[in-house]
Design a protein around this ligand. Structure first.
Ligand SMILES: Cc1ncc(COP(=O)(O)O)c(C=O)c1O
Length: 424
């Protein structure tokens, strides 16, 4: 910051809400990712080599040929009817039976989280989030001035029993990534889903089910969504919002997300969205509708899953071979992330400069916590690198860890000597 900028910001401070936001560690790391030769496992980006450029070009041409005036005009806030109908078909293939009237198209699922937060969270309301949690959701709820309750995550996803068995008043909202969490990679077990739903109905808690990764399952058995399970529990449909996105399966640059909302919430959400952007790009919605109607997404999904499976396997195998015993990590059944912890307690943020020096980066785990961060944790994405690059990135990480420990040990020994002197 220059002296003049610092003076201006002191004289005219940003709002307290904005001042309370931390800068995104992931965004800061993107600069490093551009360095020549850098192997970045830090990004949260889907594989660009899987973008269906041909198919999207054909859909764009069809829009300009068949419906240019509609596509270039303002549209309705809840989304183009044709796209909502196509999304209802897509959702049915995931076991989610809904009609187009319940769906609201959002500008990415990120906006979905934001509009729900604005519609239901007042300053001081309690929102339960996973720990670790998706960073940009923490930012949304921080901006809405929520109080956080944190729910630890284990191999079966969020430990919902800590919520259900908790004394005191329940949170107003629970925000969860149910499949292949970002950053945890974990999937919520069916038992926990059912337990959570019964509790939400009894306590009138809104469950915000964020599912951008569910279609990217590469092994194991699919779990029914909270929304689907809610159909079998009286009253539960009123307490679930299902959020998803075309970002991870088509392209994030389209910025198409969607929310399936209970009837009581829909109007409020649409009003909020209207105040934010009137509507999501009509043009892009028309393109997405034609692309979905072409059937190419369904055709390409098996190929995309194969590619992600190869990359997941390459990363997990490299971690097992090169960092066995030094890192404890999960084997996610899908999505894009492996979440790992150094067993010797190495601080992953302190290690990052050494890894960067050797040409690899990751996201230190501390970025994903509202409180009590696990400093030994790190998030590794397997989505954008080729299998041999993933192996090389892990080799660099192992070397960085060796060097880092080598540097730490003399320092620790030195500290002990100093402590010994003062004790004497
Ligand atoms: C868990 C989760 N939710 C939501 C989003 C936002 O996705 P988009 O706004 O592109 O749909 C992301 C993106 O990384 C994510 O990981």
């Amino acid at each position: 910051m220059t002296t003049e900028t610092a003076a201006a910001s002191a004289a005219f401070p940003l709002s307290a809400r904005v001042r309370s936001l931390r800068s995104s560690a992931v965004r800061d790391l993107l600069r490093d990712a551009q360095r020549p030769g850098m192997l970045s496992l830090a990004g949260g980006l889907p594989a660009p080599d899987l973008f269906d450029v041909e198919g999207l070009r054909a859909a764009t041409d069809a829009v300009m040929r068949d419906a240019p005036l509609t596509a270039l005009q303002y549209g309705v806030t809840d989304g183009q009817p044709g796209l909502r109908a196509a999304l209802a078909v897509l959702l049915a293939s995931r076991g989610i039976r809904t009609d187009a009237g319940q769906i609201v198209v959002t500008t990415g699922s990120q906006q979905g989280i934001d509009v729900i937060a604005r519609a239901v969270v007042d300053p001081g309301d309690c929102v339960a989030v996973e720990s670790p949690a998706y960073l940009a959701a923490l930012q949304v709820f921080t901006l809405s001035r929520a109080r956080f309750a944190t729910v630890p995550v284990d191999a079966d996803g969020a430990c919902v029993e800590t919520l259900v068995d908790r004394a005191g008043s329940p949170p107003k909202v629970v925000y969860l990534v149910t499949n292949f969490g970002n950053p945890s990679g974990a999937t919520l077990s069916r038992e926990r889903r059912v337990r959570l739903l019964h509790w939400a109905v009894a306590n009138r808690v809104l469950l915000l089910e964020d599912d951008p990764y569910g279609e990217l399952r590469v092994s194991g058995q699919p779990q029914p969504s909270l929304y689907e399970l809610a159909g079998g529990i009286p009253g539960a449909r009123d307490w679930v919002v299902y959020l998803s996105s075309l970002s991870k399966v088509m392209a994030p640059g389209l910025r198409i997300g969607f929310a399936v909302l209970p009837a009581w919430l829909r109007e409020g959400v649409v009003k909020v969205k209207q105040s934010l952007d009137l509507h999501t790009s009509t043009f892009v919605q028309e393109v997405a509708e034609r692309y979905l109607a072409s059937g190419r997404l369904a055709e390409r999904m098996p190929m995309m899953r194969d590619v992600y499976r190869q990359r997941r396997d390459a990363l997990v195998d490299a971690l097992s071979r090169r960092l066995d015993g030094r890192l404890r990590f999960n084997r996610p059944e899908g999505g894009m992330f492996v979440w790992a912890r150094f067993t010797d307690g190495t601080d992953s943020a302190a290690l990052l400069p050494a890894a960067r020096e050797l040409g690899m980066i990751y996201v230190p785990g501390e970025a994903f916590y509202d409180e009590a961060p696990d400093r030994s944790a790190l998030r590794l994405s397997f989505a954008t690198a080729m299998p041999e690059q993933l192996d090389e990135a892990v080799a660099r990480l192992a070397r960085a860890h060796d060097e880092f420990r080598g540097r730490q040990e003399p320092a620790v020994a030195g500290n002990q000597r100093v402590a010994g002197v003062s004790e004497g």
